[in-house]
Design a protein around this ligand. Structure first.
Ligand SMILES: Nc1nc2c(ncn2[C@@H]2O[C@H](COP(=O)(O)OP(=O)(O)OP(=O)(O)O)[C@@H](O)[C@H]2O)c(=O)[nH]1
Ligand SMILES: [Mg+2]
Length: 297
């Protein structure tokens, strides 16, 4: 301790008389940084921070949108709205976030909307969420945390410890549970939720995911594809709130059937692709992997 203190004093004494070493005067007469400090600032770059695109599909959500957009965390770099509204959703969006990017949806369906938004996204990470007020923007941070720590695809789950739903009907809950069981059987996963549109992924995998869904089955497709191409997949607890106003666009039986078909279709499609069912994917692990954060129930 004494020695190091001594060394500090020597350091100051040795350099103080010669200010040109510690604080060189620039040609404009200002006192600049010492040369060693300049070297440090130029060689040590700050760690790179991932940019984040938030994609939100909207169909007549003007009365719900402000509660979502007003709470988007600072980590989000751009917000993209893919809109198919006949109300003032776009005006509301622009009044909340003046530089929001609005894409007019050309084809109907949540799948078409999300795919258009993903294609337009420029961030390293893409987050998808609904505009009806049922998902909390503050939970985006939880998705990002896991992506920044090595996962490639992170999905919110309402049925993992710490998650929940104040919205889902008993019929939909039962349907979702059956579909989750089937997905886990087909894909050898331990998923706890399937039909939920709050998820995030690294954009570098968008081409590999090769999404084709047009409707609500996009949530199932992206999960199945992420597993099949070998991405690092995990779930985080999420609390689903009731839709704030308006009515759901989801039709329980019709869309349930689309999800069912998607589960079988994706498995078959992957078999037809070069490399077979379980492609090497990221890291060449060749098998699906799912880790639960919040302890799977
Ligand atoms: N652009 C676009 N957005 C859509 C379309 N269908 C639904 N959405 C949006 O997708 C999100 C989810 O739709 P919801 O109707 O809430 O369906 P859900 O959340 O699966 O079902 P609920 O739990 O009953 O609300 C909302 O933000 C809708 O506005 C569509 O055809 N085009
Ligand atoms: Mg909803």
């Amino acid at each position: 301790m004494g020695t190091s203190h001594q060394r500090d004093s020597d350091y100051v004494e040795r350099r103080s008389p010669n200010r040109s070493v510690l604080s060189p005067v620039t040609e404009h007469g200002e006192i600049g940084l010492p040369r060693w400090a300049e070297r440090r600032t130029t060689t040590r770059r700050p760690p790179r921070v991932d940019t984040v695109s938030l994609v939100i599909p909207t169909m007549n959500e003007a009365r719900n949108l402000a509660t979502v957009l007003d709470h988007v965390p600072d980590a989000v770099s751009e917000v993209i709205l893919v809109d198919r509204s006949s109300d003032v959703t776009e005006t509301m969006a622009a009044s909340c976030i003046p530089d929001i990017r609005i894409i007019e949806e050309s084809l109907p369906g949540k799948g078409n909307a999300l795919r258009a938004g993903f294609a337009a996204a420029q961030g390293d990470i893409v987050v998808a969420m609904d505009a009806d007020g049922s998902m909390s923007p503050s939970e985006i941070t939880n998705l990002l945390y896991l992506l920044e720590h090595g996962f490639d695809f992170v999905k919110g789950s309402r049925f993992i410890v710490g998650g929940g739903s104040l919205d889902i009907t008993p019929l939909r809950r039962a349907g979702n549970r059956g579909l989750v069981m089937l997905a886990n059987h087909l894909y050898r996963t331990q998923l706890t939720d399937l039909c939920y549109g709050f998820f995030a992924f690294r954009r570098q995998f968008l081409d590999q995911l090769d999404l084709r869904s047009t409707g609500f089955e996009i949530e199932t497709e992206i999960t199945a594809r992420a597993v099949l191409v070998g991405l690092r997949v995990t779930e985080v607890p999420s609390m689903e709130l009731p839709r704030r106003t308006g009515v759901s666009n989801l039709h329980t039986f019709k869309d349930g059937m689309r999800v069912l078909r998607a589960l079988f279709h994706e498995k078959e499609r992957a078999k037809r692709e070069p490399g077979g069912t379980m492609k090497a994917g990221r890291g060449g692990r060749g098998s699906p992997d799912l880790e639960a954060h919040g302890a799977a129930s």
